[in-house]
Write a protein that binds this ligand. Structure first.
Ligand code: ADE
Length: 230
């Protein structure tokens, strides 16, 4: 899978994909992320990509032309399954959306900055708008990194143990159960006996029960969703 990300501050996106799991995914040829600098498509020699908003008001808006040029340039070589705009007024991102997007071949993500992007770009090109939560970031870059990370780790072969994403929090609308590693006794706190006994069926049952309890305690809304069959 390939994710292209258009940004006016590409440096904000350099690090997340060059370490750890997502770097290995890239090295294995499973997951490619390309950062495109919007300024490469600026309309004039001042490298201009933003302008004042019509009607007045504080904050600059990313202009139509550079964004249209960048998107159309990329579309010459790639057919995108979705062209996504990161924005606080988009649909709230969750694990289900990550699962769905991880099955796509090519995604294009547009990061807003300052006040956002000209509305006409949204009308003309954007097929999906995503928010990562009810708060406002200074740009879409960190949000795009969150979305790309959540998608990338779901691609088969990216995680060492392919099944491990299946047991993540939220995969069944359940939070993940507690996990332990050595030592078995840390400052008097013991690892639950069942995990030491090595009976896989009992361990599975224990984990499911713990996941249910934890979800009931912390996020009962997720259980209601499960009953609604979502
Ligand atoms: N850009 C600014 N805030 C954002 C948010 N909460 N989600 C996605 N993109 C954003």
């Amino acid at each position: 899978m390939k994710i292209d990300i258009i940004s006016v501050v590409p440096a904000l996106l350099e690090s997340p994909f060059t370490h750890s799991i997502l770097k290995r995914a890239n090295d294995k040829g499973l997951f490619e992320v390309n950062i495109i600098n919007l300024r490469d498509f600026a309309i004039n020699k001042h490298n201009q990509v933003d302008d004042y908003q019509y009607g007045g008001g504080a904050g600059m808006v990313l202009m139509c032309e550079p964004l249209a040029k960048a998107i159309e340039h990329l579309q010459q070589t790639t057919t995108y399954d979705e062209i996504i705009y990161m924005t606080p007024d988009g649909e709230r991102f969750n694990q289900q959306t990550a699962n769905r997007l991880s099955l796509k071949e090519n995604l294009l993500i547009i990061c807003g900055h300052y006040k956002g992007i000209d509305e006409r770009i949204r009308q003309l090109y954007i097929t999906m708008e995503i928010s990562i939560g009810d708060y406002v970031l200074s740009g879409g870059e960190l949000a795009a990194a969150v979305v790309a990370d959540a998608i990338g780790r779901l691609i088969p072969g990216v995680l060492n143990n392919e099944t491990s994403a299946l047991f993540d929090s939220f995969q069944d609308n359940l939070l993940a159960p507690p996990v332990y590693t050595r030592p078995a006794d840390f400052r008097g706190l013991q690892v639950p006996e069942i995990l030491l006994q090595g009976d896989p069926k009992k361990v599975d049952d224990w984990r499911h029960e713990q996941a249910l309890n934890r979800t009931q305690e912390r996020r009962p809304d997720l259980l209601e969703r499960e009953y609604e069959g979502q």
